[in-house]
Write a protein that binds this ligand. Structure first.
Ligand SMILES: O=C(O)[C@H]1NCC[C@@H]1O
Length: 344
């Protein structure tokens, strides 16, 4: 059967879909209008201000769903970058996304964004809004495999602060930065278990924490005000002290969106926090498990560094992404739901 273009408004947006540890990634590779801006953070602002209707078309139903995640490939102003990327979710545009970097590393090698890949690993420099992230993609017999990446400097922002969470009382928690800021607290504090409890119960608690922290704690990042916002809350199993056993967590980010993966930027933030508290050493590899799907990432601090006045670490996170499909999306004239909608 010939596949013909359906009736549409003139715009055809083509994507490649992947997932990393169950978390979807819709990579937009053609059909998006030019994203203007003299640097990546300016492009992020432009996408937010001028093109947000297209995020909704691609992330929301009927083409996506409440928990869809996307990546827009853009040009980077950094000479060492192989590609630039903007991340999209159900609320807007993130500054870092580890599961996406793991998928994009493979995509960049498989689709020729990097010339002459080498075995056993090909380096792909991905310019994310938080900075340059270096991905190392397994490559042998012409095939790509697992990916590890080195984060931008990650740091504990504040530890053991008390936040008043309506409905739950005073909660002691940490805030850590792994390319995005997260509040971190053990689910046990709320009588929940990140692997066993119902997802909706975990989401309710995490959202209450996120909203309390947003209203009570002012965040700050030494590089840019664009990075200084709380992305979400990570509920953990409380097993922060180093061990060879996996530690599980569930990340609730953006508008109550649930990460199916262990969360690359979350693993980065957790290791920065654990290192800050003396619970993990440099080069000690820890396994992180998603409370949602049981998928695994590994992580380790590979280098001590500085981020402004914050002692920081570079974290290496490793995982595996898979392809799920390709698609070209249209909006048909006369479709009252063509711009996308969400069920909450
Ligand atoms: O892996 C990560 O870092 C991301 N996954 C969805 C939420 C985070 O951006």
């Amino acid at each position: 059967m010939d596949v013909r273009l359906p009736p549409h408004n003139g715009r055809l947006v083509s994507v490649i879909d992947m997932h990393t540890g169950g978390e979807p990634l819709r990579i937009v590779w053609s059909g998006y209008p030019e994203i203007k801006g003299e640097n990546l953070l300016a492009k992020r602002r432009y996408a937010k201000e001028e093109l947000d209707h297209l995020r909704k078309v691609l992330m929301f139903e009927p083409r996506g769903h409440f928990d869809m995640y996307g990546a827009l490939i853009v040009e980077s102003e950094m000479s060492e970058a192989d590609l630039g990327v903007l991340f999209m979710h159900n609320e807007g545009y993130s500054t870092m996304c580890g599961h996406a970097v793991i998928a994009l590393g493979r995509f960049a090698v498989d689709y020729g964004l990097v010339k002459a890949p080498v075995s056993p690993e090909t380096q792909v420099n991905i310019h994310c809004p938080c900075g340059l992230v270096k991905a190392f993609v397994q490559f042998s017999d012409g095939k790509t495999g697992a990916v590890r990446f080195h984060s931008t400097p990650a740091f504990a922002f504040v530890t053991d602060i008390t936040v008043s969470v309506p409905g739950y009382g005073d909660v002691i928690l940490d805030i850590s930065y792994g390319g995005a800021f997260y509040a971190l607290v053990s689910a046990q504090r709320f009588g929940l278990d990140v692997c066993e409890s119902r997802t909706r119960d975990l989401v309710e608690v995490a959202c209450a924490v996120t909203s309390a922290v947003k209203s009570q704690v002012k965040l700050y990042h030494p590089s840019s005000d664009d990075l200084a916002f709380l992305y979400g809350t990570i509920l953990t199993d409380g097993k922060d002290q180093f061990s060879n056993e996996p530690t599980a967590n569930i990340c609730v980010f953006a508008d109550a969106q649930v990460d199916r993966s262990p969360t690359g930027s979350g693993v980065t933030a957790r290791i920065a926090l654990q290192h800050h508290k003396g619970m993990i050493g440099i080069q000690q590899t820890r396994t992180f498990q998603s409370g949602a799907t049981s998928s695994l990432f590994t992580g380790k601090a590979v280098q001590e560094t500085q981020c402004g006045e914050f002692p920081a670490v570079v974290v290496e996170v490793a995982g595996q992404a898979h392809y799920t499909g390709i698609a070209s999306f249209v909006q048909e004239p006369g479709d009252s739901l063509a711009n996308g909608f969400l069920l909450k």
